[in-house]
Design a binder for this molecule. Structure first.
Ligand code: IMP
Ligand code: MG
Length: 179
């Protein structure tokens, strides 16, 4: 795809190599028990499918839809669940799989919500982390890449639903005003 607004930040090769490492590391960290990978739609679904296949053990895969309002301009950031999990997480190890941790508002809300359902543990795997933008104290246990405060698209990440199917993570120049 040729688009002069896009600049490759992380190539497809680097993404795939890093995911293989993460899959091995996470598999070692969970030698037993039921591991539920919870994909946050839609952005994380590309990361989820590659990470699940890089795992060296059985995993359950489930999906959660979340929408965040008032993000970027207000710090309150109202979060709503648009699709809930299909499988109970009680007593299970939960690995939340997210595309990017930005303000932390979404994951902060989700951690509290899922903790109430009595899982054995909850951790976060995020492909990207923008630590400079944090408004809520969220620590991702597994991070693919830390990136600077730039608006990125590709490999699941969108701008107005566009660019999700790029293989690379790219910086979108002339970023949206709300960010
Ligand atoms: P948070 O609640 O601010 O941490 O929001 C995280 C969500 O915002 C991610 O799941 C993305 O959907 C979206 N997001 C944050 N930064 C970017 C970006 O640079 N590009 C595309 N989407 C982003
Ligand atoms: Mg998202």
């Amino acid at each position: 795809m040729v688009d002069e607004k896009l600049r490759v930040l992380i190539s497809a090769e680097k993404i795939q190599a890093r995911i293989r490492e993460l899959g091995e590391q996470i598999s070692r960290d969970y030698p037993d028990g039921q591991l539920h990978m919870v994909c946050i739609l839609k952005g994380a679904c590309f990361f989820l499918t590659d990470l699940a296949r890089a795992m060296k053990r059985d995993v359950f895969v489930d999906f959660m839809g979340i929408s965040t309002y008032g993000k970027g301009k207000t710090s309150s950031g109202e979060v709503k669940v648009t699709k809930d999990l299909d499988i109970s997480i009680e007593g299970a190890d939960v690995l939340i799989v997210e595309d990017i941790v930005d303000s932390g508002v979404t994951l902060n809300y989700l951690m509290h919500l899922l903790e109430q359902r009595k899982p054995r543990s909850i951790r976060i795997a995020a492909l990207l982390d923008k630590p400079e933008r944090r408004l809520r104290p969220i620590h991702a246990n597994y991070v693919g890449f830390q990136i600077p405060d730039e608006f990125v698209v590709g490999y699941g990440l969108d701008y107005a639903e566009m660019y999700r199917n790029l293989d690379d993570v790219c910086v979108l120049d002339a970023p949206p005003a709300a960010k």
